[in-house]
Design a protein around this ligand. Structure first.
Ligand code: GLN
Length: 193
C-alpha cells in the first residue's frame, strides 16, 4: 500500500489533531463527513468529543450501517474516548445511539468528577519504551472486556487500550501529546504490517 488513506470522522470533536498525527505517520488523512467517503479510505478514526452528539450526527447522516458493513469486511477502525464509547456493545445505563461493534462494556465519565481530566504515564508493551502519556478528558471507564478482546494497556487496574481484531480503542486522547506511536500502531493495522 503506497500512501494509506485514513478517514477521521469530522462531525464533532478532536478530529484536526488526529489528521495531523496521521500525516506525521505518512498517511493521507481524510476528514469524513459523508458515508460515500468511506469507500475511499483504508481505515477510520472516530475521535473524542461528546458521544451522544457524535452518535446522533452519525445516524442523521446515515453512517451506522455503512461503518458496520466496513468493519465486518475488515476495515480497521480506531475509537478514542467518545469514539470508544460509540464502538462499545454495552454502555452502562445508556440507550444512546451507537455502533456497538466491540465486545466491551463502558461507563461514561467513569473516572469520577474530581478527576474529570488528568494525565498518566502508561506502559503499553506494543509501543515499547518510554511510557505513553495518556490524556484523559472526562474519559470512559472500560468495565468489561469479552474473551476476544486483547488488553494492550491498563491504568489503575482497568483496560485503557484494547484491540479486538480490526477494532482498536483507547479511553484517552493520543492525538494531544505529539507522540504518534499509537497512531503508527493503528496505521500498521491498516497497512497489514
Ligand atoms: N465524556 C464524553 C462522552 O461521554 C467523552 C469525552 C471525550 O471524548 N473526551 O461522550
Amino acid at each position: 500500500m503506497n500512501e494509506p488513506r485514513v478517514g477521521v470522522m469530522a462531525m464533532q470533536g478532536a478530529f484536526i489533531e488526529h489528521c495531523r498525527s496521521l500525516e506525521e505517520c505518512g498517511c493521507r488523512a481524510v476528514e469524513v463527513r459523508w458515508p460515500q467517503q468511506l469507500d475511499e479510505v483504508d481505515g477510520l478514526i472516530i475521535p473524542g468529543g461528546e458521544s451522544t452528539t457524535i452518535g446522533k450526527l452519525l445516524e442523521l447522516y446515515g453512517f451506522p450501517s455503512v461503518i458496520k458493513e466496513k468493519i465486518q469486511a475488515g476495515m480497521p477502525v480506531y475509537g478514542t474516548c467518545a469514539g470508544l464509547i460509540l464502538l462499545a456493545q454495552d454502555i452502562v445505563e445508556s440507550d444512546q445511539p451507537r455502533l456497538g461493534m466491540m465486545d466491551i462494556s463502558v461507563l461514561r465519565n467513569g473516572y469520577g468528577r474530581q478527576v474529570d481530566s488528568f494525565e498518566a504515564e502508561l506502559d503499553i508493551e506494543a509501543l515499547g519504551e518510554p511510557p505513553f502519556r495518556g490524556v484523559f478528558i472526562r474519559a470512559p471507564l472500560i468495565t468489561r472486556v469479552g474473551p476476544g478482546v486483547r488488553v494492550l494497556g491498563s491504568f489503575d487496574g482497568a483496560p485503557v487500550v484494547a484491540r479486538e481484531g480490526n477494532l482498536l480503542v483507547s479511553s484517552f486522547h493520543p492525538e494531544l501529546t505529539g507522540d504518534v506511536r499509537l497512531h503508527r500502531y493503528f496505521v500498521e493495522m491498516v497497512t497489514g504490517k
